[in-house]
Ligand binder design. Structure first.
Ligand code: FES
Ligand code: FE2
Length: 445
């Protein structure tokens, strides 16, 4: 449970808010690269952290993320012509480059001062199939985080995004609350074939030993949690009873300020993660990535991702999920009775339904938390402390100094009882924080 003040601090991210200032200290994805597929293609409207912006790819392939308001008389540059390394306003022809410089004023004499016509432009980078932007103070730009999928050949990854109708924080809390798998994503079908068909839709179903893992998750709804701090966030390990007195660990990673890695993968399997980017305080984009460090994804795996299986959602051409708040996620009460716990198709859609249902901004003043919520509690505490440290004492977030600390994995493991989370991390990942050396850089490690 939080006070109203803390709930507001956690969830409001406009430019004038402490969380807004905090989030702006980090790079975050703002588009899929494929949304700007070629030089001089149509620009895209983008709203991030409550700011309406315009993204475009210029003739040389560089990406601009700019204020869309033309400084002449306020026309929107969205209608502009993307031509010869700049976006030209179609009202009277002023032209701007990716850095926001006004590079042509056809309606004024040569020598007119262009500097005062400069528009706001944020630095961008392309990596891992996303366009990343940094919206913080320009004098102090950190290295972008190096998530593992960003270090791999494109053939090893699939990236997507989906719209969600609620505040980003409750989506992230859903991702690190790994206790909910015993219910929200559970199968109730008695029929083996039916259960398998449903599991094949889910991340966990793509993998071997699915019946044992599902059984362990179903039969132990009260995982014991242990949490470690990392250089960039928190490792959240939940242990459930497995067979022969062993424990089944599902280990998620929270990485500052808005990334979470999924706890399902066993060695050799595909990894998944998500980054939650506020559009405004009542909606967000969820950027979702699947990667395999050891091999390219197979055509079948890619097809499953494209069709919105595993952790990806089934979306329309605007990246809005087909099963969404407006249609009650196409909940099927017959299916809910006989096959799946929710009657809603898709892990991503099950998550969305329940996160949206917490309200556009979840009211954390009325909660009653249990021991299984400890990951969420620790996340909130870490965020509130870091946001206050920046707002009150000017302390820059420590995670910014560890871009390589983001090259980490999450996943599952079966271990003997009596082991600490740190022991289990060493067994599963060979590193206490789950950090891996980027591909091709092993000799520099
Ligand atoms: S409003 Fe853009 S050039 Fe006049
Ligand atoms: Fe979930």
């Amino acid at each position: 449970m939080l006070s109203q003040e803390d709930n507001d601090l956690l969830t409001h991210s406009g430019p004038a808010t402490p969380m807004g200032q905090y989030l702006r200290r980090f790079w975050m994805p703002v588009l899929l690269s494929r949304e700007l597929p070629e030089p001089d293609c149509p620009p895209k409207k983008v709203t991030v952290l409550g700011e309406d912006l315009l993204a475009f790819r210029d003739t040389q392939g560089r990406i601009g993320l700019v204020d869309p308001v033309c400084p002449h008389r306020g026309a929107n540059l969205y209608y502009g012509r993307n031509e010869e390394c700049g976006l030209r306003c179609v009202f009277h022809g002023l032209k701007f480059d990716v850095d926001g410089h006004c590079v042509d004023i056809p309606i004024a004499p040569a020598g007119t001062n262009r500097e005062r016509l400069r528009i706001k432009a944020y630095p961008t980078r392309e990596a891992g199939g996303y366009v990343w932007a940094y919206m913080g103070p320009p004098q102090n730009i950190p290295e972008p985080p190096l998530l593992e999928f960003m270090t791999l050949p494109a053939s090893h990854c699939y990236v997507s995004k989906k719209w969600q109708d609620c505040n980003w924080v409750q989506c992230l809390e859903g991702a690190i609350d790994t206790a909910h798998f015993s219910f929200l994503h559970m199968v109730v079908a008695q029929d083996e074939a039916q259960a398998l068909a449903m599991l094949q839709h889910a991340a966990i179903g793509a993998q071997g030993e699915q019946n044992a893992r599902i059984r362990w998750v179903r039969d132990d709804p009260m995982p014991r949690f242990e949490i470690n701090e990392t250089h960039v966030g928190l490792t959240i390990g939940g242990a459930r009873r497995a067979d022969d007195g062993q424990l089944y660990w599902r280990i998620a990673q929270f990485m500052q300020p808005n990334h979470a890695l999924v706890p399902s993968a066993f060695p050799g399997e595909n990894y998944h993660g998500q980054t939650f980017v506020p559009v405004d305080d009542r909606s967000c984009w969820i950027y979702t990535y699947t990667w395999n460090p050891d091999r390219p994804l197979t055509e079948q795996e890619l097809e499953r991702c494209r069709r919105g299986h595993t952790v990806h959602a089934e979306v329309d051409e605007r990246y809005v999920p087909l099963r969404t708040k407006g249609n009650d996620y196409l909940i099927d009460r017959e299916v809910q009775k006989k096959t799946s716990f929710t009657g809603i198709e898709g892990v991503s859609e099950q998550d969305a339904a329940i996160q949206d249902s917490q309200g556009e901004i979840a009211d954390r003043t009325r909660e009653h938390l249990f021991a299984t919520d400890i990951g969420v509690v620790r996340f909130r505490r870490a965020m509130l402390q870091a946001v206050r440290a920046l707002a009150e004492r000017g302390e820059e977030p420590a995670a910014r100094g560890f871009p390589r600390g983001y090259t980490m994995r999450s996943g599952g493991w079966v271990a003997d009882q009596g082991k600490s989370l740190s022991d289990v991390m060493m067994e599963r990942f060979g590193h206490v924080q789950g950090v891996v050396v980027p591909r091709g850089q092993e000799e520099n490690a």
